[in-house]
Design a protein around this ligand. Structure first.
Ligand code: DC
Length: 230
């Protein structure tokens, strides 16, 4: 414990980590750190530069030429910058999701981006979501949650999110992307997606948004606040 609280939320794509983390951050007055956005920003750069994303060497050559940074706007929303350009909207495109999963599979790339994530937790109360937060980035987090759901439930939610943003796609394409990323994110050698031993498992397949949020709030209250007063 460094004087700040850290809550880690890991889980597969589309499990609702970011929408839950955002709400929890508001309720408990924590800073929400979306680590996937960092990998997405690098994925976007790789797409723009048309490099071979499956090559760790090519990704590592590209990384030091880029300036990837993160900031927060007045509404407290995280923004991502690539060489000073705000790319927060563009990194949500489906092809960037796949590119992010590709570039994030390389161990050296992950090491390069680790400090940026840890620094946030040293300086703030954070709720951070990703794939390896509880296992690698913040192994000493006060609370770890592994949030998951069936892949079809996740694809259905992701499709609705994309449609709401005006992105044209189909259920089949979204499910295909989710399965591609599930496979790649959980079988890679470097920091694969897996539940930390001490993480609380939450399966939201049968729960709607509010029920999932209520459950997570009660876990945060119980584990971080009420138990400390005992
Ligand atoms: O959370 P997301 O869907 O925005 O993440 C995009 C990709 O980035 C995901 O497929 C895997 C990778 N990622 C990762 O490897 N480690 C993290 N902590 C967060 C994301």
């Amino acid at each position: 414990m460094n004087g700040y609280y850290a809550i880690a939320i890991d889980g597969p794509s589309g499990a609702g980590k970011s929408s839950m983390a955002k709400e929890l951050a508001k309720r408990f007055n924590f800073i929400y750190v979306d680590t996937g956005a960092i990998y997405r920003t690098l994925g976007l750069a790789a797409l723009r530069e048309n490099i071979d994303r499956k090559s760790g060497e090519e990704c590592m050559k590209l990384l030091p030429t880029l300036e990837i940074s993160m900031g927060y706007n007045d509404a407290g929303e995280q923004r991502m910058y690539l060489n000073g350009e705000d790319v927060s909207g563009e990194i949500r495109q489906p092809e960037v999701s796949v590119a992010a999963s590709d570039v994030s599979s390389h161990g050296d790339v992950r090491k390069f981006l680790l400090e940026m994530q840890r620094k946030m937790a040293r300086e703030n109360n954070v709720i951070m979501d990703g794939r390896d937060i509880g296992t690698v980035v913040l192994p000493d987090a006060e609370l770890k949650i592994f949030l998951t759901a069936d892949d079809t439930a996740r694809a259905d939610r992701r499709l609705r999110e994309l449609e709401a943003k005006g992105v044209e796609t189909s259920f089949e394409d979204v499910l295909k992307d989710i399965r591609y990323r599930d496979e790649q994110d959980s079988t890679r050698a470097a920091a694969p997606l897996k539940k930390a031993e001490d993480a609380v498992l939450v399966d939201s397949s049968e729960l709607d948004f509010n029920a999932t949020l209520d459950l997570l709030c009660s876990i945060v209250l119980e584990r971080l606040f009420i138990s400390e007063e005992k």
